[in-house]
Design a protein around this ligand. Structure first.
Ligand SMILES: [Fe+2]
Ligand SMILES: [Fe+2]
Length: 378
């Protein structure tokens, strides 16, 4: 039996009669007490750590025995519950474990919950009064913060877009994705707040970056999204944050970047553990992953070359706009660009894709750039 609305439900005479009978006589139906589910009493493996999702990994409630393709549950029925006829079909688009699962996914969620921070209170904003930035540094930093705010806004939208499209049985992944959306919202908040405290406010949005970011949003599948967002883009951003901490103008900014980095490392960690899990369990997907990476490397690594990002980096890392500052800024920024790409390939090595170097145009171009730089230096 299915109902279109609560009103339809109440127009069902047999239901209404049953309800009235129960309310009048106190004779309860109680058939739900015979739900055909496993009777369990989970306990924390480590009482100091508390009751974790891993402690609930038992039988039909757990994830170890979950099939690759979820056929039985198309509704919000919690995994392990009895699913009566009549539950709605939510038409989840992602029903295969191989599209979403990661080693330690339940641990990433628990970590996200214990390491939440507050952009209003945990950054010592009042200390900024001690630091007045010279005009060129202030403008360059505000421009970088404008770019980072743009990045974090799309990073909030992308996991949020996929949240409702994942089958409800993947709740560990869904919960993690929900924490990611919250983390990214906080990052957009903290960068916006910092931009509006510099004395310059926000600077210019970047059409080039926005096209790259749009590519992330428009990926066709969650598996593709995870490769481009978690592994590539956020990996690149993680290197960028480490570098930004190094070149940022005050101790307040260094603290801000350290807070953001701890979240970003977790997002990248999920992307890497997802890729490792897929390659271990579905080695036949390796080729399609290479094709996704071929396409995504075109876009994601274009972002760092937009004028609105490149030039602030040069000015901030060279600490000014005099000729010698710019020369030093160019040197450091080139090193940073190479580091971003090296770390990307190192992450792929760790995921079990060392052959990516041979397949990648990006890798070949980077090697050529390194050779050219070495020749110029000698
Ligand atoms: Fe972020
Ligand atoms: Fe992130």
């Amino acid at each position: 039996m299915s109902y279109l609305s609560t009103i339809d439900f109440l127009e069902d005479k047999s239901f209404v009669d049953k309800y009235r009978y129960t309310m009048r006589t106190g004779e309860l139906d109680l058939s739900w007490m015979d739900a055909k589910t496993e009777k369990v009493a989970c306990e924390p493996a480590n009482p100091r750590r508390g009751l974790t999702f891993r402690d609930l990994d038992v039988g039909t409630y757990g994830f170890t025995e979950m099939p690759e393709l979820i056929r039985d549950n198309r509704s919000f029925a919690p995994r392990g519950s009895e699913i009566p006829q009549g539950c709605p079909d939510l038409q989840a688009e992602v029903n295969r474990k191989s599209e979403v699962w990661a080693y330690n996914i339940e641990g990433y969620y628990e970590e996200a919950m214990t390491r939440q921070w507050n952009a209003t209170l945990d950054v010592p904003w009042a200390d900024l009064a001690k630091h007045e930035l010279p005009e060129e540094i202030g403008k360059a930093y505000s421009q970088l913060l404008t770019f980072l705010t743009e990045v974090e806004m799309i990073a909030t939208d992308v996991p949020a877009k996929w949240l409702g499209r994942l089958n409800a049985d993947f709740f560990e992944v869904k919960n993690f994705i929900a924490t990611q959306a919250m983390d990214e919202a906080r990052h957009a908040e903290v960068f916006r707040k910092r931009a509006l405290t510099t004395g310059w406010g926000l600077m210019r949005a970047s059409w080039a970056n926005e096209h790259n970011l749009k590519f992330l949003r428009d990926a066709d599948s969650f598996a593709e999204t995870s490769l481009t967002l978690h592994l590539q883009a956020e990996g690149m951003v993680l290197t960028l944050f480490r570098f930004s901490e190094y070149i940022s103008p005050t101790e307040v900014d260094k603290k801000l970047f350290r807070l953001v980095m701890q979240d970003e490392a977790r997002h990248v960690g999920y992307g890497m553990q997802h890729l490792r899990w897929v390659l271990d369990h579905f080695p036949e997907k390796r080729e399609v992953i290479h094709r996704h990476l071929d396409e995504a490397e075109n876009f994601v690594f274009g972002g760092g070359y937009a004028t609105e990002v490149l030039e602030p980096f040069i000015i901030l890392s060279g600490k000014g706009m005099k000729k010698e500052n710019i020369q030093e800024g160019l040197r450091i920024t080139q090193q940073f660009n190479l580091k971003q790409i090296e770390e990307y390939f190192e992450r792929l090595d760790k995921c079990g894709m060392p052959e990516r170097r041979e397949r990648s145009k990006l890798y070949r171009m980077t090697e050529m750039a390194k050779e050219a730089m070495a020749a110029m230096a000698s």
